[in-house]
Design a protein around this ligand. Sequence first.
Ligand code: KIV
Length: 273
Amino acid sequence: MSATGFQKRLTPTRICAMKGGKPIVCLTAYTTPMARLLDEHCDLLLVGDSLGMVLYGMETTIGVTLDMMIAHGKAVMRGVSKACVVVDMPFGSYQESKEIAFRNAVRILQETGCDAVKLEGGEEMAETIAFLTKRGVPVMGHIGLMPQQVHTAGGYRSVGHSEHETSKIRRDAHAIGGSGAFAAVIEGTVEPLAREVTSAMHIPTIGIGASSACDGQVLVSDDILGLFNDFTPRFVKRYDELGKRIAAAAAAYADEVRSRKFPAAEHTFKRRP
Ligand code: KIV
């Protein structure tokens, strides 16, 4: 039997085995061309529900639907040959019951061909994650700052400052570590706590705004490329300013169209002799 596409890509099991080794590299991807560009540089590609804000101009991720995640998951899978692809379960698709979570996770796996799903939540979601993983659905957890809880958390802000938050995140890490998840995102969490839970958990932690103590790092690609300008969180490092370069290219094109410099002879079809 020849190796299938999925066996050529990094699997959730192999990502889990990277715990404590070389840092795991993860970026978000939402489209085929971006997945093609990022694939060879990343261990993990995350089709994050951040796409609601980044691509669709939503104010939060709450309005993202399962159909949106599946459409973008399919697009990313067309551009990947090496990285492990994880698709976010959107708000409302997994919280109601573990059976509904299973049904929706299966839709994501079957319709996109991705390797795993990610869902937000600590101790309250551990039973659901165990239900999914025991039935063949690889799951990445997500603790710390949880953007889908923006309305009950009172906004986006780093966590782990108070004793109450610290003990909640400790309990969340313990529960997710024992739930069968192969890895967990830790978002917006103070450094000493991110360090503590990373060394306590036997699965890799993938940090976003959670310090270099984590086993890997994830950022939103559009943020590091300078494509998303609505706001730049403190934990983002910009590696380029593509937004400014796109605006400059569009301005140059507009000038040339208006001055009839474009299209030139080389862009024009001549009648064959
Ligand atoms: O939706 C997303 O992109 C995420 C990451 C930034 C962790 O959940």
